[in-house]
Ligand binder design. Structure first.
Ligand code: HEM
Length: 221
């Protein structure tokens, strides 16, 4: 029988699910606004009830996404300050060593494979990319929701600059998810066709031993 271990708490699974739904909604309602001249964009906008509905849904999803991100940051910072949370996603020197070890292994220069703890350097890179990208779309998105108020305090050029940054970062986030996350969660031979861990919270002991051996050893100690 396969021994299953707990990897993600209920809070983490709910958070991932909410972000997944909101991010998809933001891409589906944001990208057609950027490429409004394309036939596929017009088809999506019409299917969703027209441009006013699309803009409205994007703004509501954007505000909800802002709240979810703020709650996440408050929980993490409060957890770190009180000492109740171990910051397993902080980047450290070992991540760079692991990246080089993995690169050498993939190039066939060495048989040594890096051994990871709770999160490997790729997962940390994705997490911090997501945090930084979210801060950019949130700040620029708020400028686009409140352009008149912002222009009272800052030069007017900030508004078109925010639009360009928002649009570019939105596209980058979408492409990153398609290429990077879909590979890691679905196409990676270790998990193909679908890594269920973030939905069930469970991971097999065999996978844990293969992907996070240092964490497993820490738990058994
Ligand atoms: C990661 C998620 C997001 C993606 C992929 C995304 C994508 C986009 C894109 C591509 C546009 C069109 C820009 C253009 O015309 O060139 C846009 C517009 C806009 N976005 Fe986002 N966005 C995201 C998150 C947010 C957030 C968090 C907010 C609010 C805080 C927001 C508020 C807006 C607003 C106000 C507009 C202008 C459209 C309008 O006037 O209604 N977006 N978004």
């Amino acid at each position: 029988m396969t021994t299953m271990l707990q990897r993600f708490s209920t809070r983490q699974r709910v958070e991932h699910f909410v972000v997944m739904i909101l991010f998809t909604t933001l891409c589906v309602t944001g990208l057609p606004q950027k490429y409004f001249q394309a036939d596929w964009a017009a088809a999506i906008i019409n299917a969703l009830g027209g441009i006013s509905a699309v803009r409205w849904v994007h703004r509501v999803a954007g505000i909800l996404f802002t709240i979810v991100t703020a709650v996440h940051l408050v929980v993490v910072i409060a957890g770190a300050v009180s000492g109740r949370m171990t910051l397993t996603l902080v980047v450290n020197r070992q991540d760079f060593v692991d990246a080089m070890t993995t690169l050498r292994y993939y190039l066939g220069l060495s048989n040594e494979q890096a051994r990871f703890g709770r999160f490997d350097y790729r997962q940390k890179f994705e997490y911090w990319g997501m945090i930084m990208g979210s801060l950019i779309v949130i700040l620029t998105g708020l400028v686009l929701i409140y352009p008149i108020e912002v222009a009272r305090w800052l030069p007017g050029q900030v508004i078109p600059a925010a639009k360009a940054a928002h649009s570019g970062e939105g596209l980058l986030a979408f492409l990153t998810i398609i290429v990077w996350h879909i590979y890691n969660a679905h196409l990676n031979p270790d998990v193909f066709p679908f890594d269920k861990t973030i939905f069930t919270g469970q991971i097999s002991e065999a996978r844990m031993k293969h992907e996070h051996p240092l964490e497993l050893e820490g738990r058994k100690r």
